[in-house]
Design a protein around this ligand. Structure first.
Ligand code: HEC
Length: 145
């Protein structure tokens, strides 16, 4: 549990990301980060966006190379990896029985609704319902290898 403070800091940073009204007299925000885009503007998913979304995962997953397993397995290189194959992690029988490889489609289905996609999974997480968020998240996962 020695990584807990880092994870907590991440969670707090996320909590601080809540939407706030842009003051009406402020110049149009254009920081180039994509974080202040108007809510209705179409958003092109990027790995950088996905990195922000990954903050929802850090309570249970590390993604640095050689990172430790936590409540969930380390996710470095998970894209393209055989399901339930990370050394040293004790997967549920449901995940072990799933089979296959974490390709883009498999990640998308799983992350939309983990407990529906793999009934009996120990990943107690409701999922990432927004398709654009999910696409960004998967781009990020695919970039970490
Ligand atoms: C509450 C803890 C928790 C959260 C939050 C969580 N996971 Fe998981 N995750 C797990 C556990 C536990 C497993 C192993 C599941 C099993 O064995 O059934 C897992 C498994 C996975 C796997 C399969 C890994 C493999 O080696 O086969 C992927 C991919 C994954 N999680 C991605 C994510 C992503 C992306 C997020 C954030 C959007 C996330 N998880 C959020 C706990 C969590």
């Amino acid at each position: 549990m020695r990584i807990a403070p880092v994870l907590l800091a991440g969670a707090l940073a996320l909590a601080g990301c809540g939407k706030s009204e842009t003051p009406t007299d402020a110049p149009a925000a254009d920081t180039g980060t994509g974080e202040v885009a108007a809510p209705t503007a179409p958003v092109e998913p990027t790995a950088a966006m996905g990195e922000q979304i990954f903050r929802r995962c850090v309570a249970c997953h590390t993604i640095d190379k050689g990172g430790s397993n936590g409540i969930g397995p380390n996710l470095y290189g998970v894209a393209g990896r055989a399901v339930a194959s990370h050394a040293g992690f004790s997967y549920s029988n449901a995940m072990k029985a799933k089979g296959g490889v974490w390709d883009t489609a498999a990640l998308d289905t799983y992350l939309a609704a983990p407990m529906k996609a793999v009934p009996g999974t120990r990943m107690a997480f409701a999922g990432v319902p927004d398709a654009v968020d999910r696409k960004a998240l998967i781009l990020y996962l695919e970039s970490q290898k």
